[in-house]
Write a protein that binds this ligand. Structure first.
Ligand SMILES: N[C@@H](CCC(=O)N[C@@H](CS)C(=O)NCC(=O)O)C(=O)O
Length: 193
């Protein structure tokens, strides 16, 4: 599958980013199809790639399993979005930041983690699906950026760690991240950096 894709780097917050030409929301990822039409929205891109599956398997379950999987996909995606929003607002000078907005995004991150911890016994044993992909993506981004720790807005945030008091989510994440697909890192050619 990967050999059928060409990757192009676009940094959405760069002044001269090319992303606006492809995605009206100015966000990565955006996928250009062979007919020149764009697909934007990570989940839509995932569904398209899934539709190319040649082994009859899909990460979008059907039947009763579909709804928890999609809910968990939204949990992961929503947490990613809230993490990004908190981080981007934090780029302003302290006196120009909207602290109430950042606290609201912070709350979404914590709530999403709590909800994942609650649902972990169920999703930990489910066959690999889109919810797992989005939750692992959301957690890995939070781990990478950790705006809650960086901005230290509430007592205890200085040492904020998403794993604290979330043993089931933590154990699930340690297992799922061993998958080859989640280990994969695209290496940008040197010239594009
Ligand atoms: N849920 C979003 C995630 C994409 C996203 O938020 N990407 C960030 C990466 S930092 C971005 O491009 N942000 C630019 C912006 O928010 O304007 C989607 O699927 O499109």
């Amino acid at each position: 599958m990967l050999e059928r894709l060409t990757f192009e780097r676009s940094v959405p917050f760069d002044e001269d980013t090319s992303i606006w030409a492809f995605n009206p929301f100015g966000k990565v990822p955006c996928m250009m199809l062979d007919d020149g039409s764009p697909l934007f929205g990570g989940l839509v891109i995932c569904e398209y790639l899934d539709s190319l599956s040649t082994n009859g398997r899909s990460v979008f379950p059907t039947g009763a399993a579909r709804w928890p999987a999609l809910r968990q996909a939204n949990l992961g995606e929503g947490m990613f979005d809230a993490t990004t929003n908190m981080r981007v607002e934090g780029w302003r000078k302290v006196e120009e930041r909207h602290a109430d907005y950042m606290l609201r995004e912070r709350r979404k991150v914590i709530n999403a983690l709590d909800r994942m911890e609650l649902e972990a016994p169920q999703f930990a044993t489910a066959p690999f699906h889109i919810g797992h992909i989005c939750m692992a993506g959301g957690i890995s981004y939070l781990e990478l950026r950790n705006p809650i720790q960086e901005h230290d807005m509430v007592a205890g945030d200085k040492t904020f760690e998403w794993r604290q008091n979330r043993p089931r989510l933590s154990a699930w994440y340690d297992e799922i991240r061993k998958r080859r697909s989640l280990q994969y890192r695209y290496e940008w050619p040197q010239s594009k950096k």
